[in-house]
Design a protein around this ligand. Structure first.
Ligand code: OFO
Length: 165
């Protein structure tokens, strides 16, 4: 059984994952409009992954007998200076999500809520993967550069990334 404070925190994390899904969906749209079709596909897939992260939390909360709540969501920003800036923002966003997961793990441990602590380990591993993935993309864009053919190649490369989830 979840404590009232743990329920509130898990519902808040549901909102964070839901917003992540929408942020990446909006980014995908910006990429499609700017003809970065590889990045658009990648971000669309990632948006779906974030929805799955949200649903995993949603199911967990409901399985405990408490009620997961569907949150109100802020509209994501929809203007980006460049593909590099956009992916730098994804990396910053994932670091923010990691800090939220870490705070949740800390609360679960403090409360001796070992079931939630155990459940959250999946997210700890996932955040490690995601920070690595986005940091890799930012490094690749910087390395290949955004001039002419470089931009075409990096977009193609991004389109192939992250399929393993
Ligand atoms: Fe991209 O992170 Fe969810 O958890």
């Amino acid at each position: 059984m979840l404590s009232a404070s743990m329920l509130e925190k898990l519902n808040e994390q549901i909102r964070v994952e839901f917003e992540s899904s929408n942020i990446y969906l909006q980014m995908s749209s910006w990429c499609a409009m700017n003809n970065y079709n590889g990045a658009a596909d990648f971000l669309l897939r990632h948006s779906e992954e974030e929805r799955q992260h949200m649903m995993k939390l949603f199911d967990y909360v409901n399985e405990t007998g408490a009620m997961a709540t569907v949150p109100a969501l802020a509209q994501p920003k929809h203007e980006y200076e460049s593909l590099l800036k956009l992916f730098e923002e994804t990396l910053e966003h994932e670091k923010f999500v990691t800090s939220r997961i870490n705070a949740l793990v800390d609360s679960a441990l403090t409360e001796k809520d070992f079931s939630t602590f155990n459940f959250l380990q999946w997210y700890v591993a996932e955040q490690h993967e995601e920070e690595h993935l986005f940091s890799d993309i930012v490094d690749k864009i910087k390395l290949i550069g955004m001039e002419g053919r470089g931009l075409f190649l990096i977009d193609k490369e991004i389109g192939k990334m992250g399929f393993e989830g």
